[in-house]
Design a protein around this ligand. Structure first.
Ligand code: NAD
Ligand code: ZN
Length: 244
């Protein structure tokens, strides 16, 4: 590695020889697909904050209101496509597979764009907006209706359906968390893309990887997690393709 190489070249070089890479993405990676982050200026709906709608309490109080908000978000997401950052992660996964290295992608996003782009070793920590779960029998099914009838009911038991999403104040799926932690404790390199590091437990993931010896790279136009060795400042759709 030459002393004169740029931070991006250094990261690319490390990535090309890493044996176990874990990537964590947040709303920022989908911002370049035209999907607003919650905390960005376009994240509001009818003056409600996401934190007041994406909760079990809000759903108990007024399920129709919560479903209306999800219909708004579904409508917004239905037309959106993966951007060059999502696709670059698919290429990185493919290259790593070819040289028998391990790749794990952890996302906080619920938009399904990583899956649509073709990522395979993917953990959707907060669920997926295109899946619904029955509040009665617990069955999880894909449901891409836009708009979904309000409120939607389970076709097998007749109870109300809810979005299959981990809401504020709810626990993450414990299998997902163990698989995520396993990948963080054993990776030699971690990329943190487009997440502000305020939503737990994902916020602590970078520190977990760093403590376990990983080289941590952050890609974000703003400063965020303090745990990174290198920060590449810029939009995900511009920076991530440069790492392939
Ligand atoms: P967040 O806390 O992950 O913050 C967004 C981050 O993205 C910020 O640090 C911002 O600086 C960065 N960012 C903005 N534009 C970027 C770009 N072009 N490239 C790279 N980084 C960029 O996300 P949030 O919006 O506060 O949402 C919190 C939670 O809500 C998420 O963890 C997720 O579960 C959910 N959410 C999901 C989606 C989605 O699925 N697309 C969208 C909004 C919110
Ligand atoms: Zn049911």
């Amino acid at each position: 590695m030459s002393r004169m190489s740029s931070p991006i070249e250094q990261v690319r070089e490390r990535l090309s020889s890493a044996c176990r890479v874990t990537v964590l993405t947040g709303a920022g990676i989908s911002a370049d697909s035209g999907i607003p982050t919650f905390r960005g200026p376009d994240g509001l709906w009818k003056n409600f904050r996401a934190e007041d709608l994406a909760t079990p309490e809000a759903f108990t109080r007024d399920p129709a209101l919560v479903w209306e908000w999800y219909n708004w978000r579904r409508e917004l997401l239905a037309t959106k496509e993966p951007n060059p950052a999502h696709r670059a992660l698919v290429s990185i996964e493919g290259k790593m597979e070819t040289r028998r290295a391990q790749f794990h992608l952890l996302t906080q996003n619920v938009d399904g764009l990583h899956g649509l782009a073709g990522s395979r070793n993917l953990i959707e920590l907060h669920g997926n907006i295109w899946e619904v779960r029955c509040t009665g029998c617990g069955a999880v099914t894909e449901d891409r209706r836009v708009p979904i009838p309000i409120p939607p009911y389970c076709s097998s038991c007749g109870k109300m359906l809810r979005p299959h999403i981990v809401w504020f104040g709810e626990m993450l799926d414990s299998d997902d968390v163990s698989r995520a932690l396993e990948s963080l404790e054993h990776c030699d390199m971690m990329l943190v893309i487009g997440t502000s590091g305020v939503v737990q437990p994902a916020a602590s993931f970078a520190s977990t990887a760093r403590s376990a010896g990983a080289f941590v790279v952050e890609i974000n136009p703003d400063a965020s997690s303090g745990a990174a060795h290198v920060a590449l400042r810029g939009r995900a759709a511009e920076i991530v393709p440069l790492l392939v």
